[in-house]
Design a binder for this molecule. Structure first.
Ligand code: UDP
Ligand code: MG
Length: 326
């Protein structure tokens, strides 16, 4: 590559006032280091995306922009959720950059790895995944549920990169392709591997949150996992159909057995088996209906084609170096 690439770092932020001052210092230092080394262009920037925070995060971003020349900001008109905020950030920032790194605001992802990502990009990778080398720091619960999630995804034949969250580098052309995925039920970790392109992996150790609290409570985690599975695959619905067939076959056998034993004259009082099968079939039916509802809900949202995010304002990168005046 003969020209130094402009690197943008996109950071979704929801109620992150406690941590942003730390985050900006670290990210700015990483960019400065790479600029000095001559790896990236001096037009490289950080874009903080405020996802409808209630705690003054946007005011802080605006003040950071005054103090750091590399900082820019994007303000969502309301809270649109991590995935949508990230997508909005990427789609806006790609207009100003050759490649983008997405990273959480809380410094859990080791920022030193950004340099390795850029080197892989320069070697020709369009997408570079940040993958956690171990999950030792996680609670037992998070580790087990995450493993279970990956197992299910694998069982459904879905390609997702294990132990990779949304810490990754993407080239502008891969982002342009990502922009063509217009689905409303967005699960970036499942979609990015679908793009193809040459990919690379860099390993890192995930740290504790630098400050503040997790914005992903258990409830959000579960719905995120469910969203991931049902937005990418229709296999669960087929499995339910198959289960329905099996239950149906079993119930026919049971019915025949009941009739035969009745005719033979040794009919049992049969109350318990009746209750058990009633509950069982009822349960299976409810499960099926629930799952079908899940997909219908998705169709309902897809057909509406609502925008995934609404930008209220952009503090564009590089405004102070005013390109128009050159
Ligand atoms: N986040 C967001 N919108 C939300 C929730 C979270 O933009 O509605 C951001 C948050 O500010 C952080 C990232 O998503 O930068 C990941 O959230 P968090 O670190 O709380 O999740 P965890 O690491 O605990 O899974
Ligand atoms: Mg975090």
């Amino acid at each position: 590559m003969n020209k130094k690439p402009i690197l943008g770092i996109v950071v979704p932020c929801y109620n992150e006032v406690e941590v942003l001052e730390l985050t900006v210092v670290e990210l700015d230092a990483v960019l400065e280091g790479m600029e000095k080394e001559g790896i990236i262009s001096t037009e490289s920037f950080i874009m903080f995306v405020n996802d409808g925070s209630r705690d003054g995060t946007w005011q802080l971003i605006a003040s950071l922009k005054e103090r750091y020349r590399r900082v820019s900001g994007l303000n969502m008109a309301g809270n649109v959720g991590h995935q949508n905020a990230l997508l909005g950030g990427l789609m806006n920032a790609k207009r100003h950059a050759d490649c983008l790194v997405s990273i959480d605001a809380d410094l859990q992802d080791d920022v030193r790895v950004i340099r390795d990502m850029v080197l892989r990009y320069q070697e020709g990778c369009d997408i570079v995944y940040g993958v956690r080398s171990s999950r030792q720091r996680d609670t037992w619960f998070k580790r087990t549920t995450a493993q279970g999630f990956y197992k299910v995804m694998e069982g459904l034949g879905l390609r997702i990169v294990n132990n990779h969250a949304d810490y990754r580098l993407m080239s502008r052309r891969s982002l342009d392709e990502l922009a063509r995925f217009t689905e409303v039920n967005l699960f970036l970790r499942g979609i990015v591997p679908m793009l193809g392109f040459q990919t690379g992996i860099v390993y890192y150790e995930r740290l504790e949150r630098a400050a503040g609290e997790s914005k992903y409570p258990l409830k959000k985690m579960i719905s995120f996992a469910l969203e991931g599975i049902t937005s990418l695959s229709v296999k669960p619905i087929r499995m339910v159909t198959a289960a329905g067939f099996i239950v149906f076959a079993v119930s026919i056998i049971m019915a025949l057995y009941g009739i035969v034993s009745n005719v033979m004259g040794n009919a049992v009082s049969g109350w318990s088996s009746l209750i058990v099968s009633m509950w069982f079939i009822g349960g299976v039916q409810l499960l099926s209906v629930g799952l079908i509802g899940e997909y219908i809900g998705k169709i309902y949202r897809e057909v509406k084609r609502r925008p995934l995010y609404i930008v209220e304002r952009e503090l564009a990168p590089g405004v102070r170096r005013d390109k128009g005046a050159q």
